[in-house]
Design a protein around this ligand. Structure first.
Ligand code: AMP
Ligand code: MG
Ligand code: MG
Length: 305
């Protein structure tokens, strides 16, 4: 039955289960307490959880979708993974969606999947576990068209089980949660907690915010926009990468919001796209006037990027 569904439907449905399995692996690593931290660069950490979660997602997806390009934050070396890390089942809710026509007959060679197996590593190592997300974004050509954000440490109040998974597909909408509009009459801006600098702060000041929420992870910040807790995510730095924004951008757009660089241009997500989001990130909640926030970015900030 599932094999009859279009590629994009199956890919998102498999990404939902793979991201949830990665979330379980992340919790297991933290419970064991052996993070084995590696410094990839300045202010850029990798832990055993990042590596294992990526292996789980990439092995699971590449076995099921051999012709699709998959790019993971933690590099491309494929290795032996425990069999129970590999998932092959697909999310039934996603399998039931009807895709818009332009996504129905996409070929594997035109698809690129961007995987951030653990977004918010810095916060993860500091025990700020609710900042952590698993991100799987799906692009067709240059455009981010679908994505999954999994929160390994979100607790279901009814069942006490851990892990919440949200998905979105261009022209379909979002699943796994219901977006909430942010409060009227205030301007709440979310931004980085651990990668700030003078230019980042200059862009924030220019927004005249009523409140600034400094939290970890691109996934977590876009969730704040979707949960009505912030109006905009402003990050005037080239530090974010394509795997940070592909899934959040697609889900945000599916819900009616927008994510661009600080000039208002969309980032490309084809396999040749440069990894850094060199011109910064501006994301706005559904219903917010994206152009208004763009107009507030000082020219001096744009020139710094
Ligand atoms: P943050 O908002 O600081 O949590 O950053 C969002 C995402 O971009 C995370 O995956 C960070 O690791 C990444 N990022 C942002 N700035 C930098 C930077 N200066 N160096 C390395 N990674 C960064
Ligand atoms: Mg990240
Ligand atoms: Mg990461």
């Amino acid at each position: 039955m599932a094999q009859c569904q279009p590629l994009i439907t199956r890919l998102i449905a498999s990404s939902v289960t793979a991201a949830a399995q990665a979330g379980k692996i992340i919790r297991d690593v933290m419970n064991k307490g052996e993070l084995n931290i590696v410094e990839k660069g300045k202010n850029d950490l990798q832990t055993e959880a990042d590596r294992s979660a990526q292996n789980c997602i990439i092995e699971s997806l590449s076995r099921q979708f051999p012709g699709v390009t998959i790019i993971g934050e933690e590099g491309s070396s494929r290795c032996e993974v425990p069999p129970h890390w590999i998932v092959t089942d697909m999310d039934q809710e996603v399998l039931n969606v009807k895709l818009p026509e332009h996504l129905e007959n996409v070929a594997p060679k035109d698809v690129c999947v961007w995987v951030d197996p653990l977004d918010g590593t810095s916060e993860f190592t500091q025990g700020l576990l609710d900042h952590v997300t698993v991100l799987v974004g799906v692009a067709v050509g240059k455009k981010a068209v679908g994505g999954v954000i999994h929160q390994p440490y979100s607790k279901n109040p009814q069942t006490s089980s851990m892990g919440r998974t949200l998905w979105g597909i261009d022209g379909v909408g979002v699943g796994g949660f219901k977006p909430v509009p942010p409060p009227q009459g205030r301007r709440i801006i979310t931004t980085t907690r651990s990668h700030s600098n003078k230019t980042v702060q200059e862009a924030l000041d220019a927004m005249s915010p009523d409140e600034i929420l400094r939290v970890g992870g691109a996934g977590h910040k876009v969730l704040l926009l979707l949960e009505g807790k912030a109006h905009a995510y402003v990050f005037a730095s080239p530090g974010c990468k394509k795997w940070d924004t592909c899934a959040p951008e697609a889900i945000l757009r599916a819900a009616g919001g927008t994510l661009t660089d600080l000039n208002g241009d969309l980032y490309p997500y084809d396999p040749k796209a440069p990894h850094p989001n060199a011109k910064g990130v501006l994301a706005t909640a559904p219903g917010e006037n994206h152009a208004f926030y763009l107009s507030k970015i000082p020219d001096s900030v744009k020139q710094e990027l």
